[in-house]
Write a protein that binds this ligand. Structure first.
Ligand SMILES: Nc1ncnc2c1ncn2[C@@H]1O[C@H](COP(=O)(O)OP(=O)(O)OP(=O)(O)O)[C@@H](O)[C@H]1O
Length: 590
């Protein structure tokens, strides 16, 4: 809010002016009534002129006031959104592992909206109402001090009402926001996997679960209704009781001749200005409490420890790479009591090809996460060219790697935009060249808008093989010295598989590569194969060496031979467990 001091200064003026205008209407009413009672026809010319000026002033002030309230609210929402986005992008991977993306989404949308409303309308009303009440009270004092005191007596009572219900409102609104956030997370999950819920026919189950979420929202909203209703009823009762009491007293003074009729009319109008602000106070406080809850959720994100002070820049120059060393690296995830990597040692020279195989949960992906600096080792260190990665900026560290994830990791947007994530300043020619290298250019040409085609959420408008080839083209554009490839386990048809494999081979050319391998062709051609189990490298060597050693890898080989003979369908899962996939390869061999 402090960033928008200028706008708030204007709003202070429009607010104060609106209070003056409100008091003026009370004065104006008394003047018209007095002129009418005195049968003073001549006074009406001036009164009409005044009325016209008054209307113009109210209109103009209302316009400026409303424009700047909306303006400041929109600017604050925009500022918060951007600040939150910038900070979210700098949060460590552990944050994303811990928090649901739907919950974050809800903070970006619902909470942002709520804070924006508070900083515009609600906050100004919270200032305006007491000022209006005080000004009305001063005017009432001027008209008749006894009446003024009767009216003002209800102030503390109404304040007490707000205080009693305020806490309940805040607790309820935080719960309500949490329910909304859970619902958004749920929706985020299911709407992003429509093929799964359709294929499992779990629509009814999901509807039932959604009903549960929706009911927790409605029960929070009902409770809010009850609290607001009780507060409103109590404050309206107090307000009206005071009003009637003051009215009877005023009527009594007029009847006694100690108060003019015009003053009584002004008094009635002023009563509204006194009672109104107090009656609306609990509602405003409730809304403010809700927005404070929302602000808390936004600042939870903005204040979460970031992994970088400034967002890293992609490095245009390819860094020189000679050697990667993992020296006795051990790691366990935060809040986990078991080692996901245990004394892992590895030395990789420029140009070597390493394949990692092993059962699910063996630590293969965790190794990638440590290499990419998503997590830091608890013990041991990772060195690139002899320098510990712990001392490198994350931007520099990540410039050594091109990562091809299992899920291709494409975003909504055009093919061109997605590829430029590999190299932001890539020219059209470079993009086309990368697509050609990745065997993707032909299918891109057939798309209605070519490179400009929107590929849908996570590339949903493309086939699995096409997505993989785009992901490979993106990595080609990054052109980093070390390639980290998490082979997709999804089976592709023969033709598509062949094209993906060709693309991968071209991508691997002249690069140092570490591949989480699910296909035997990748494994057999590797310089070194690492077998990972329970976070440890239990075997290492070339394909031939490992076969000769007759260990874990040998077991895999034999289970595949059995499969080749076609009699061991039940061994499928065992083989898959060891390779972490590889159905296609095995099917081909069969
Ligand atoms: N974010 C996390 N928090 C806590 N534990 C985790 C987390 N991610 C993975 N783990 C655990 O770390 C271990 C290694 O997991 P990792 O994902 O590295 O296995 P993997 O070899 O890549 O398996 P897969 O072949 O199935 O992908 C597992 O026991 C897993 O449960």
């Amino acid at each position: 809010m402090l960033r928008h001091k200028g706008i708030y200064t204007v709003l202070v003026f429009t607010t104060l002016f609106s209070v003056v205008l409100d008091l003026t209407i009370a004065w104006y009413l008394s003047k018209i009534t007095d002129a009418a009672v005195r049968l003073d026809v001549g006074a009406f010319t001036g009164l009409i002129g005044f009325g016209v000026v008054y209307l113009l002033a109210v209109g103009l002030n209302g316009y400026v006031d409303s424009y700047f309230k909306n303006n400041v609210s929109a600017k604050i929402r925009n500022g918060l959104r951007l600040e939150m986005m910038e900070h979210t992008l700098s949060l460590p991977q552990s944050y994303f592992d811990r928090n649901h993306s739907g919950d974050l989404l809800s903070r970006f949308t619902n909470d942002n909206q709520s804070v924006g409303e508070a900083c515009g309308q609600v906050m100004i009303d919270l200032v305006r109402n007491p000022v209006l009440a005080l000004a009305a009270f001063a005017y009432l004092l001027y008209i008749n001090w006894l009446l003024a005191l009767i009216c003002f007596a209800m102030g503390p009572l109404l304040f007490l009402t707000g205080k009693i219900f305020g806490k309940a409102m805040r607790v309820n609104s935080v719960r309500l926001q949490e329910s909304m956030s859970r619902t958004t997370s749920f929706l985020n999950d299911i709407l992003g996997s429509s093929m799964v819920f359709k294929s499992f026919s779990i629509e009814r189950r999901l509807l039932k679960q959604y009903r549960g979420h929706s009911e927790s929202i409605i029960s929070g909203e009902m409770k809010r209704g009850r609290i607001e209703g009780a507060t409103g009823a109590l404050s309206s009762f107090l307000g009206n009781a005071t009003f009637i009491l003051a009215l009877i007293t005023a009527g009594f003074f007029v009847a006694k001749g100690s108060l003019e009729v015009g003053a009584m009319i002004a008094f009635i109008q002023l009563m509204n200005f006194l009672v109104g602000p107090f009656s609306s106070l609990p509602g405003l406080v409730a809304s403010m409490q809700q927005s404070l809850g929302a602000a808390e959720r936004i600042f939870e994100v903005i204040d979460a420890p970031a992994e970088v002070d400034t967002l890293p820049k992609p490095q245009a120059e390819q860094p020189e790479f000679m050697e990667l060393v993992l020296s006795d690296v051990s790691f366990s995830y935060p809040e986990s009591d078991k080692w996901s990597l245990s004394t892992v040692g590895l030395k990789l020279r420029q140009g070597s090809h390493v394949a990692i195989v092993g059962p699910s949960g063996g630590g293969k992906s965790t190794l990638f996460k440590l290499l990419l600096g998503f997590y830091t080792p608890d013990d041991g260190e990772i060195l690139i060219n002899g320098n510990s990665t712990g001392g490198m900026s994350l931007g520099h560290l990540r410039s050594y790697f091109a990562y091809v994830p299992q899920e291709s990791g494409l975003y909504t947007g055009s093919i061109r935009d997605n590829l430029r994530n590999g190299k932001p300043d890539a020219s059209e020619e470079e993009i086309i060249q990368a697509l050609q290298q990745a065997n993707a250019y032909d299918f891109v040409l057939e798309l209605p808008e070519g490179l400009g085609t929107d590929i849908g959420e996570h590339g949903s408008r493309l086939s699995g093989g096409q997505r993989q080839r785009l992901s490979i083209a993106r990595a080609m554009l990054k052109n980093a010295p070390i390639l980290l490839l998490d082979e997709a386990t999804a089976a592709l048809d023969n033709e598509s598989e062949k094209m993906v494999q060709q693309a991968i081979r071209k991508l691997m050319k002249n690069k140092t590569t570490i591949v989480i391998a699910h296909r035997l062709s990748t494994v057999q051609n590797a310089d070194v194969i690492l077998v990972m189990e329970n976070g440890e490298i239990v075997e290492r060597g070339s394909h031939d060496e490992l076969l000769a050693a007759e260990g874990r890898y040998h077991g895999l080989y034999h289970s595949q031979l059995e499969l080749e003979e076609g009699d061991a369908l039940e061994d499928w899962s065992a083989a898959q467990e060891l390779t972490g996939g590889g159905e296609r390869e095995l099917a081909d061999q069969r």
